[in-house]
Design a protein around this ligand. Sequence first.
Ligand code: PBG
Ligand code: ZN
Length: 318
Amino acid sequence: MYRFRRLRRDERIRSMMQETRLHPKDFIYPIFVIEGENIKNQVESMPGIYQYSIDRLSEILEQVKEADIGGIMLFGIPLHKDPQGSQAYAEDGITQRAVRFIKENCPEIYIVVDICLCEYTSHGHCGMVHGEEILNDETLPYLVKMAVSLAEAGADMAAPSDMMDGRVAAIREGLDLAGFTQMPIMAYSAKFASAYYGPFRDAAHSAPGFGDRKSYQMDFANGQEAIREIAADIEEGADIVMVKPALAYLDVLKEAALTFDVPLAVYNVSGEYAMVKAAAAKGWIDEKRIVMENLTAMKRAGAKVIITYHALDAVRWI
Ligand code: PBG
Ligand code: ZN
């Protein structure tokens, strides 16, 4: 009889046989930077996650350095919003200033910047708006401006999350023309219109003022379309492609891993984090074990990079 249990007998042989191992460098930790002074606001629906003003940022940057993770992903929250999202590509915009601050004070930290307008537009949509319509081609030049201005500030990688068609090609061309041929693009390629983003929209003040994002983000019923979206972004020049959210979409991630020979990222989003934290706070689940199980499953399904709010905790639990 074949006995599977021979290789499960004790911890020594189990750990020798372990197929998937998490490493601190797998993780990217999202950070919210808010305009103002002396601010450290806990995000109510995301216990343990804060909005920081730049003068308080060092506190979290020290923890990031200590954890020695892959990098951080920055989300700026501006004071001033307008229909064109002009603070997204202003030289002294909140995210640009945060990038410069980090480059100056912690040059060893790898900085990914989210490229999207929704935190900066008064209507809260990810693109330019005409009436109730979210415009595609009219939005692209603004995304390019945002990516270039953040590259100029010193960002290491651009991660467009807006889901406009053709944005990867436009941003690649814009970065190249500006001399940033070496800056990688991590495309949010298969990003689904998801209720799991709820807590993030509180954290980043980015809920749409009218309607929803279903005319640009994907229908969660569609798996084949996700593969076409990923193929298109690779074709347009994406260096890393992403599936988002994570847990309800591991089938998409796995299929992408079997289909494409490029590094894959997965975004373990705010709502996924909130559910774990809420149940753990009630004592209904064991937070540490649940988090490690979830993150390991993401890597097992094919993720090279995991963007997660659990990153700093997970490093201590590896
Ligand atoms: C901006 C953006 C969002 C997230 C990442 N970038 C929100 C959205 O699309 O509404 C979600 C991240 C999370 O929920 O943790 N477009
Ligand atoms: Zn957006």
